[in-house]
Design a protein around this ligand. Structure first.
Ligand code: F6P
Length: 352
């Protein structure tokens, strides 16, 4: 078979391991892999590269993506979709694997209607905002990167007895902040699924500061991990907290660190490499069996999707994935509610 593979949207550590898995899986049979450069932009332009075993040797340890990635506005239009479908036909592709997040898999789902070959998604996004997959490729590495950064910040914060607000990526999803915040011994964690009111956010952080610096507690640093999707600007929060401290505890400073894209790079963790290999292999198996319009999901909820020969990988219809993704982001999914309930339960312990 002649199989196309592309990586699209925000890159995620582990994408290279996923590409490698596709190439290895195909090489085990008699097919060929065509790498599409720069995501859907490359598909529109017919910008491809044949991927053999030599191209993927030892790539799993590298962050980013060897194929490049893009957020394509053109592909989102009807004309773009039609052009992409025409390129798939002209390249003679017999299947396409799309490795990416919400926008990329939405594109894959729309493209299915226009082509006669199977199209299968592999979840890759540090945000962990995709429905029906317990994890997406890149999340674990991003969590570890945030924890490492927070540990470093904690060193300097402790030396100066300071408060730090650390902002982390995640778009509209607070998963990274929750997971990394708990692991980094944060005193408070702010997530968009819950913390939407400016005054309530300031009041809660103020309470954490008062508890932290109460007489006899002798606390040397306060760490507040804030997801970027919380609709209160980090600088504004820092100013508000600084004003509280100036009135109540002069001499204690508040600083902010926005980790930004630092969180998206770096060598993938072992878990991300493993996840990527198994998910991509699951996607390849789907294509070989003519299964289309699905995502290879990591440990989907019981009863969701179809099982595969890998006990941790299932095939879930892309329509279902995208619907659940919306629910995750608007907070109505039981998974989102469960996450918020968990973090709220832990809150009083974090701030002790
Ligand atoms: O979706 C991944 C992500 O890193 C988000 O966490 C972040 O909001 C966004 O991409 C940043 O996008 P860009 O790299 O296009 O600025």
């Amino acid at each position: 078979m002649r199989i196309g593979v592309l990586t699209s949207g925000g890159d995620a550590p582990g994408m290279n391991a996923a590409i490698r898995s596709v190439v290895k899986g195909v090489a085990a049979g008699s097919g060929e892999v065509i790498g599409v450069r720069r995501g859907y932009e490359g598909l529109l332009a017919g910008d491809t590269v044949p991927l053999g075993l030599a191209a993927i040797d030892g790539v799993s340890r590298h962050g980013g993506t060897l194929l490049g990635s893009a957020r394509s506005r053109r592909f989102a239009t009807d004309a773009g979709q039609a052009q992409a479908a025409a390129t798939i036909a002209s390249l003679g592709l017999e299947g396409l694997i799309v490795i990416g997040g919400n926008g990329s898999l939405t594109g894959a789902h729309r493209l299915v209607e226009r082509v006669s070959v199977p199209i299968v998604g592999v979840p890759a996004s540090i945000d962990n905002d995709l429905g029906h997959t317990a994890l997406s490729i890149g999340v674990d590495t991003a969590v570890n990167t945030i924890v490492e950064a927070c540990d470093r910040i904690s060193d300097t914060a402790t030396a100066h007895r300071r408060v730090f607000v650390v902002e982390v990526m995640g778009r509209g999803c607070g998963f990274l902040a929750m997971r990394a915040g708990v692991a980094a011994d944060a005193d408070a964690i702010l997530v968009p699924e819950r913390d939407r009111d400016r005054d309530a956010v300031v009041a809660r952080c103020t309470e954490v500061l008062r508890r932290s610096f109460r007489p006899g507690r002798d606390k040397q640093r306060v760490l507040i991990v804030k997801a970027e999707g919380v609709p209160v600007a980090t600088g504004e929060l820092v100013q508000a907290l600084q004003a509280v401290l100036e009135a109540e505890l002069p001499g204690v400073d508040v600083r902010e660190t926005v980790l930004g894209h630092v969180v998206r790079g770096g060598s993938p963790s072992a878990l991300d490499r493993l996840l990527a290999q198994r998910l991509a292999f699951g996607a390849l198996r789907a294509i070989e069996q003519g299964v289309t319009d699905v995502m290879a999901a990591w440990e989907p909820e019981d009863g969701v999707g179809r099982t595969t020969s890998d006990p941790s990988v299932g095939w879930v219809d892309l329509a279902e994935v995208l619907a659940e993704t919306e629910r995750l982001l608007d907070g109505t999914s039981p998974v989102a509610r469960g996450r918020v309930a968990l973090i709220s339960m832990a809150e009083s312990l974090l701030a002790l």
